[in-house]
Every structure is written in structure tokens, then in C-alpha cells.
Design a protein around this ligand. Structure first.
Ligand SMILES: [Mn+2]
Length: 503
């Protein structure tokens, strides 16, 4: 989930658990309060075994009484997959999930004649037992008359067990479920998330497509609330609410509903719904959302009409934000639906590439160029990329620009004003990037926590070392003996990496 869902950004995605209103931007999942679910009391421990990997994230909270041989096996698989495959292989494929929905959801009823759904599962070297559990949960927890098909999209996996072993499992599912169509799509080179998802959409025939990650388990009644929204309005793109499945013990942690949003670097994060939503005081109601985290459900033909996904994007990231902006500005809307829940593993690391930033940056620049009008340079600001001549090849965007033209989409300013007013438009910045004192040959840095009191520091230009805002005093910012001072001006000169406006 993306990003949500997709999640799983040990790297940087600000996925988060969410409190009830007001929901703030939440930095890292670990810092948030958790509603733990059904924590069984553990039996008294016998003597502990030695930890073979004391610094591994896998063994921080899990695996206490594992033999050394098992620890080595578990750690090896964890390094490969980013989640606990050792444990997954030992849990039932049809394990029960806790009901984490708002209590009002249990009393809701849904129309009998809902549109049917095709589930698209994207995977790249997913662990076999994780993928099987996703399939099992979808088949067991979607009414037979609603689940028309499952489309499995393999974005060029190399793992051996995703060949014959998986084929055999799929055959057994087909035998048990004669009415269900299972389609396989296999890419012979890695196409990236946006293209893989779109290829799943192309293979689909159902009324509605649900584009999911493969490291998920759907909850009971996940489909009906989503399909009900789409039945009522074919232009609404919906997302379930995710619960987090821990990468180590695979326990399910409840997340509360929140809108899916993003910052100017296009990293996903949770954000509160609108004030109007909270006035209704009913957490089971669908809420409007600026974007989706990655996983989404939409009317199949409507999704085609508005351009599916930007297949010019590479690897990972940004495709979910592009979808959100496009749907809203070109005549649709996006909603998060609290009574639909999907448990999603937040991986410790992703298998696509060791560093996702280059792809994120490139994809973000595509979104900026096609959709963001006069705000497009905020993407450069967020990534510390020069406005002109940045040397990053963003690929061909003429088709996406034509699409925007053809659909007669509203300006990005409309989106900011009406859909995502919480995104700061950054319209009063003068410059960005490193700010270097030419006499001292040092830069301003944000300084240590707590407080981030600015200090003088060697220039490194990894990211913006300080944000320059429009403030004027008659004293100067200078560096004396490596110390940053505000004092009477002695004429020290500064250089700012990128100037936006003359000042
Ligand atoms: Mn994911």
C-alpha cells in the first residue's frame, strides 16, 4: 500500500496509528499509542536461550525461546523478506482476525444487488505463506456472489516457491471454488507498482476492481461497505481502513479511521477528516480523503475513463497521490470507509530496491509537472532539487498532460482550497537548500534535538539544512570560531543553494 499502505516504509513513510480527532501528522508508527488486541497471557518462561542476533529488529520483542538453529533460519528469512516468514509459515492460513471496526458497523446492512468485484493482488517476491493467506482470506471473507475473480500480478519475482508451489496452490483453490476465475499476469521484467497495478486492471472483467497488496488479510465484511459506496456513486474511489500487522510477531494492531494524505515530498501520512465529518460524531461513516495510501477500490470502467494510473512512473511511490489528485480534480472523489478493514503487514524493509528515494523523487516530479501548476516547485523544495536543470529524467509526460486536458480537470489550486486545505502551500519562501557562510566555509544546520537551535556545521547538502524565512533585523547572522552568532554585521557573506525570489 503504497503507500499505506504500501506501505511498509521502514525507510520513511509516515504510516501511523491514529487517534480520534484531532489527528495530527504522525512521525513514526512506533511512537503512537497502540490498542493491543487480545494479548494472550504468556506462560512462565523457562531459562532463556541465547540471542544469536541481539541487534536484529526481529528479535526485539519476539522469539525469546527459539533454539539457535531456528533463530538463524528466522533471521535469514527476515533479512530476505522484511517480515517474519518463519512465524507466518507456522500460523494457520485461515487464522481469525480481531473485529477492530467501530461497533456501529456490526449493525449495518447492505444492499443485496451490489456490483461484483475483481481483486487484483500485486506481488514481487512475496513469501509464499503470506500470499496464500491473502488469497485464503479473500476467498473466505468475500461473499461468493460478489467475488467474480482474483487477478494475481507477478512483477517478475525470482523466488522458486512462487513458481510450481504457488501454481499447485492456485489449482487447488480453483478446484474448491469452481465459480471463481483466477487470472495470472506475469511480467518478465520488473515494471514497478503503477504499471503492475494497471496491468491487473487491464486483465479484470468485474464491475469493480480492488487493487490490493499481497501482504494483507481482509477482515470479514470488508467488501460490502466499499461496494455500497461505489454502487451509490460510480465516481468515488474508496479505501478500506488498514490495521497494522507487526512485521515481527504478526499480531494485528488496530488503526482508527483517518484520511490518507501526503506531504510535498509525496510521502504518505494520515491526516484528520474534515471538521464537518467529526461534527456528525459517527466513526462508522465514510470520510472524504485527499488521496489513498496505495490500496484502493474503484468502478472498473470509471477508473479506465480517468486514466487508471500513471504507468510512466517507476518502481514505487507517488502513484497513489497522483490518483488522488486526478480523481478529485477530474470529477470524482476519494473516501476512506471505516466499516471495511484490511490487515496489512508493515514491512521492516521493502524488497523492491535498497533505496527508494530516486524513484520517489522522479515520480514526484512527474506529478508536479502534470498536476501541480504554479505549486509544482514545492516538490523541488521538499526534495532539495534545483528548479531548473536538475538533470533528473522524468520520462515522457505528454500523454498524461493530454489526459488532464481532455478530462477538463480543475486547477491544482482548487484541490488545495477545497480538498486538502491542510497542505501548507509554502507561498512565502525566499530560498531553500544549504545556506553557506563563505568566510567560515560552514553551513547553518538545524542543530540537535531537543529544540533544534540552529548551529554552524560543516556543509553536507543532504537535505535542506535550514528553511529560510522572510525575517529582517539589522543584525547579521555570522559564524565566529565555528559558533553561529547574531551580532553587529562584520560583512560575512552567505550563499544559499537555491534562490526562489530576490530579497
Ligand atoms: Mn504494502
Amino acid at each position: 500500500m503504497q503507500k499505506l499502505l504500501e506501505e511498509d516504509r521502514g525507510i520513511r513513510k509516515k504510516a501511523a496509528e491514529v487517534e480520534q480527532e484531532p489527528v495530527k501528522k504522525q512521525p513514526e508508527p512506533k511512537e503512537q499509542p497502540e490498542a493491543k488486541i487480545q494479548e494472550p497471557k504468556e506462560a512462565p518462561k523457562e531459562k532463556k536461550t541465547n540471542k544469536v542476533f541481539p541487534s536484529s529488529a526481529l528479535f526485539k520483542e519476539w522469539g525469546e525461546n527459539l533454539s539457535e538453529v531456528d533463530q538463524r533460519e528466522a533471521e535469514g528469512m527476515f533479512q530476505k523478506y522484511g517480515y517474519n516468514v518463519f512465524l507466518s509459515d507456522r500460523l494457520p492460513l485461515d487464522r481469525a482476525l480481531p473485529d477492530t471496526r467501530d461497533s456501529r458497523c456490526a449493525n449495518k446492512t447492505y444492499p443485496k444487488d451490489l456490483p461484483n468485484v475483481g481483486v487484483v493482488l500485486i506481488y514481487l517476491n512475496e513469501a509464499l505463506s503470506i500470499l496464500k493467506r491473502a488469497l485464503r482470506s479473500i476467498i473466505d471473507r468475500t461473499p461468493k456472489n460478489l467475488l467474480k475473480e482474483i487477478i494475481m500480478v507477478d512483477d517478475n519475482s525470482s523466488n522458486e516457491d512462487l513458481k510450481e508451489d504457488l501454481d499447485n496452490y492456485v489449482k487447488s483453490l480453483e478446484k474448491q471454488n469452481p465459480g471463481l476465475r483466477i487470472t495470472r499476469v506475469r511480467h518478465t521484467e520488473q515494471k514497478g507498482l503503477a504499471h503492475a497495478r494497471a496491468s491487473g486492471w487491464r486483465a479484470a472483467t468485474a464491475d469493480v476492481v480492488a487493487i490490493l497488496d499481497a501482504h494483507i488479510e481482509v477482515h470479514e465484511m470488508w467488501a460490502e461497505p466499499l461496494l455500497t459506496q461505489i454502487k451509490g456513486d460510480r465516481t468515488v474511489v474508496v479505501s478500506p481502513v488498514f490495521d497494522r500487522v507487526n512485521f515481527d510477531d504478526l499480531k494485528v494492531i488496530q488503526y482508527l479511521p483517518a484520511a490518507h494524505a501526503f506531504d510535498w515530498a509525496l510521502w504518505c501520512m494520515y491526516e484528520g477528516f474534515t471538521p464537518e465529518y467529526y461534527k456528525l460524531n459517527d466513526g462508522s461513516l465514510p470520510g472524504k480523503s485527499p488521496s489513498v495510501m496505495g490500496i484502493f477500490v474503484a468502478d472498473r470502467t470509471f477508473l479506465g475513463e480517468i486514466g487508471v494510473l500513471d504507468e510512466g512512473m517507476k518502481v514505487y511511490g507517488g502513484e497513489n497521490v497522483e490518483l488522488g489528485i486526478r480523481v478529485w480534480t477530474c470529477g470524482g472523489s476519494v473516501e476512506v470507509v471505516p466499516c471495511s478493514k484490511v490487515a496489512h503487514i508493515e514491512r521492516y524493509h521493502k524488497p523492491y530496491l535498497p533505496d527508494l528515494s530516486p524513484a520517489m523523487k522522479r515520480n514526484a516530479l512527474r506529478v508536479a509537472e502534470v498536476w501541480m501548476d504554479e505549486y509544482k516547485h514545492n516538490i523541488n523544495l521538499a526534495w532539495n532539487i534545483p528548479f531548473e536543470n536538475h538533470g533528473i529524467d522524468i520520462g515522457d509526460i505528454t500523454e498524461r498532460k493530454k489526459l488532464r486536458e481532455r478530462l477538463n480537470c480543475k486547477p491544482f489550486k482548487w484541490y488545495l482550497d477545497n480538498v486538502y486545505p491542510k497542505l501548507d502551500p509554502w507561498d512565502n519562501l525566499l530560498g531553500f537548500g544549504g545556506m553557506k557562510n563563505l568566510d567560515a566555509d560552514m553551513c547553518i544546520d538545524q542543530g540537535p534535538v531537543p529544540g533544534h537551535t540552529p548551529i554552524a556545521y560543516g556543509c553536507y547538502y543532504y537535505g535542506p539544512q535550514v528553511k529560510l524565512k522572510n525575517k529582517q533585523t539589522k543584525r547579521c547572522l555570522e559564524i565566529i570560531k565555528s559558533t553561529l552568532l547574531i551580532q553587529e554585521c562584520t560583512g560575512q557573506r552567505w550563499e544559499i543553494q537555491n534562490i526562489i525570489k530576490a530579497f
